[in-house]
Design a protein around this ligand. Structure first.
Ligand code: PLP
Length: 405
């Protein structure tokens, strides 16, 4: 179907901010302004003929909310428009999205290449779950394009990474790695949580599938869990949808409704949080040598991959990682002296949250891998929220002075 790009009724003619407010809206017979929350497990049919037809074609209406639901469908449509994807499925959590995105098409005998710097549960899926079903893997330094090339095998069917990565904000060159993967016949699955759909478009850079933990910036207010998988219509029809509808990873319509409303403010929130993160990164950089040993922020020129960040991301990140002096004791003293910034392992929230990865999210990793990934005992990962950046800087300065006493 060809669309007239000047037709303002066509959502594809809209800019992202408009898509996030109006995209995918389905109005019921009551013509409500705000998207309706359809809390229903099932649907009734006018006749057995209609039920038979619905099951045969899975079109023309809904069957069961494990397969699809009107509120969830609105969120899927809005996310499709935002990401520029042909199809999407929303899941109960980010991990339900990651596991469905990979398990729906991999089979015994296949091989996966993934970056070492992965969210802990993603690493568990690759290293502990997939091998039980005969899927092997190679982990590489995601920053090193040549390492990806060397790791490819004739049976490599998937390449998986996050960029920026957790917690050291390393980048993977999406375009270069996608090319290597495609030459080897593998599908590229990108976990785009840290960049958000506002700052990075993996599909436009060559990736095949994008996954999100909507729990993070998409809800952005610390309330509900959710996930999204986006890709081509063929990937969704042939692999994802059958797996999804029969294995039960569907999102609750209530959670989908929260996410749908959150998308309306996603770009405002992410922009304000990134601006705050940039100010805080610069503030921390001014304190290098006085309690701060290192600052990592993809929006700064001193990020080791600043050129790549400029090429594939529209802006920095809502996260800043930094190292304080004094190892674990120093990090804990810093954390205990904070008043506004709260200690938590979550991120992307309106509230600023800080994590000590070495003793929490990355506790399980062997010391050698921690060292290789740059997860030192003094490393902290700060997710910048919507508070006044000046208050956050005051909080940080207080905590830094606690390091000196
Ligand atoms: C949080 C997170 C996940 C998992 O999402 P959940 O919603 O917690 O299941 C996956 N990848 C990254 C990068 C994350 O930050």
């Amino acid at each position: 179907m060809t669309m007239n790009p000047d037709d303002l009724k066509n959502p594809e003619s809209w800019l992202p901010a408009t898509r996030m407010v109006h995209g995918g809206t389905l109005r019921s017979q009551f013509a409500e302004t705000s998207e309706a929350l359809f809390l229903t497990q099932g649907y009734v049919y006018d006749s057995p003929e209609q039920a038979e037809e619905r099951f045969k074609t899975e079109s023309g209406g809904f069957i069961y909310s494990r397969y699809a639901n009107p509120t969830v469908a609105m969120l899927e449509e809005r996310m499709k428009l935002l990401e520029g994807a042909e199809a999407a499925r929303c899941t109960a959590s980010g991990m339900a999205a990651v596991s469905a995105a990979l398990m729906c098409f991999l089979k015994a005998g296949d091989h996966v290449v993934a970056a070492k710097a992965l969210f802990g549960s993603c690493l568990y899926v690759i290293q502990d779950v997939l091998p039980r079903f005969g899927v092997t893997s190679t982990l590489v330094d995601g920053r090193d394009v040549e390492a990806w090339k060397r790791a490819m095998q004739p049976n490599t069917k998937a390449v998986f990474f996050e960029t920026p990565s957790n917690p050291c904000l390393d980048l993977v060159d999406i375009e270069a790695v996608s090319k290597i993967a495609h030459d080897a016949g593998a599908l590229v699955v990108v976990d785009n949580v840290f960049a958000t759909p506002i700052y990075q478009r993996p599909l436009a850079l060559g990736a095949d599938v994008v996954v999100y933990s909507a729990t993070k910036h998409i809800d952005g207010q610390g309330r509900v869990l959710g996930g999204i998988v986006l890709g081509s219509q063929k990937y969704v029809n042939d692999h994802l949808h059958p797996f999804y509808k029969h294995t039960g990873g569907a999102i609750s319509p209530f959670n989908a409704w929260i996410m749908l409303k959150s998308l309306e403010t996603l770009s405002l929130r992410v922009k304000a949080q990134t601006e705050g993160a940039g100010l805080i990164a610069d503030h921390l950089a001014h304190r290098l040598g006085s309690g701060v040993d290192r600052v990592i922020f993809p929006g700064r020129d001193d990020h080791p991959q600043a050129a790549l960040a400029r090429r594939q991301m529209k802006a920095g990140s809502t996260l800043v990682s930094f190292e304080v002096t004094g190892g674990k004791a120093g990090a804990f003293r810093f954390l205990n002296a904070l008043s506004i910034i709260r200690i938590s392992n979550n991120l992307g929230d309106a509230k600023s949250l800080i994590t000590h990865p070495a003793t929490t999210t990355h506790q399980r990793l062997k010391p050698e891998l921690k060292a290789e990934l740059g997860i030192s005992d003094g490393l902290l990962r700060l997710s910048v929220g919507l508070e006044a950046p000046e208050d956050l800087m005051r909080d940080i300065d207080r905590a830094l002075s606690a390091l000196r006493v």
